[in-house]
Design a protein around this ligand. Structure first.
Ligand SMILES: C[S@@+](CC[C@H](N)C(=O)[O-])C[C@H]1O[C@@H](n2cnc3c(N)ncnc32)[C@H](O)[C@@H]1O
Length: 244
């Protein structure tokens, strides 16, 4: 199985980071609709469950990495009173759609979205009480570098929540989901997103991603403590938590 950094959307010489940015810039107009269609709307429940993990620590500030169209940032403001959210993403098109949603919901005073790279965060050490990343880390060029940067900007005892696809392990759901993910989803994705590669890349990047215990071990290696994980919907995705 190739390393995550080797799994890239397009067959070009450009870096994974450049290819991922190009891909999300291209699919941004259809991203939200495709999420709802391809997951039958269950993705909204996964994001809700991820934010629930933050509620006990009652953070005042949250950095949402790879914020995309700001679904996690918006959900966090719904669940946590008075929260100030910074959402960062490398794709300016995803940020543009996110800003429209933030404005529509009147959340401009609570959510600020910025274009930036998770592997070189433009923030001081210990800047945020909490940190989220939803369906983002799989796309990083250098996973450990991104996680190390995330830990750097998190305050002491600050909470980390990661939501990411994982590979179901239970028979026969494992086999059924694998068939859907490998063969059906790329076809719907290709038609709706108009990018023939984006949803093949989704499948390939999930296959190469170190899920469950493997990510837990990496989180510990970069210095996170109290790490735990809980799979969602028979392992389609998993919520990983830890603190600094
Ligand atoms: C699948 S989307 C997830 C968006 C959102 N978090 C959600 O839950 O819907 C992945 C996002 O990660 C962003 N991304 C990928 N690599 C990144 C990086 N190095 N730095 C910042 N954002 C990145 C992409 O631009 C894209 O918007």
């Amino acid at each position: 199985m190739p390393d995550t950094s080797e799994v890239r959307p397009y067959n070009s010489e450009r870096s994974k980071k450049e290819q991922v940015t190009q891909m999300f810039d291209g699919i941004a107009p259809n991203y939200d609709l495709l999420n709802r269609v391809l997951t039958l709307g269950i993705d909204t429940i996964w994001r809700k469950n991820a934010i629930k993990k933050l509620r006990d620590s009652a953070p005042s500030t949250l950095l949402d990495i790879a914020t995309g169209t700001a679904d996690v940032a918006i959900e966090a403001c719904k669940q946590i009173d008075g929260l100030q959210v910074t959402g960062l993403d490398i794709s300016s098109e995803m940020i543009a759609f996110g800003n429209k949603k933030v404005k529509k919901r009147g959340l401009e005073d609570q959510i600020k979205l910025v274009v930036g790279d998770s592997e070189a965060l433009p923030f001081e050490d210990n800047s945020f009480d909490a940190l989220t990343v939803s369906f983002g880390i799989r796309n990083f060029e250098n996973l450990k570098k991104g996680l190390t940067e995330m830990r750097r900007v998190l305050a002491k005892d600050g909470q980390l929540v990661i939501l990411e696809f994982s590979k179901p392990t239970l028979f026969p759901f494992k086999q059924l989901f694998h068939a859907y993910f490998k063969y059906v989803l790329p076809v719907i994705g290709r038609i709706k997103s108009k990018d023939p590669k984006a949803y093949t890349y989704l499948y390939e990047s999930v296959q190469a991603f170190p899920d469950y215990d493997k990510l837990d071990t990496i989180l510990k290696e970069v210095g996170f403590k109290n790490t735990e994980w809980k799979s969602q919907t028979l392992g389609i995705c998993t919520i990983y938590t830890g603190s600094k």
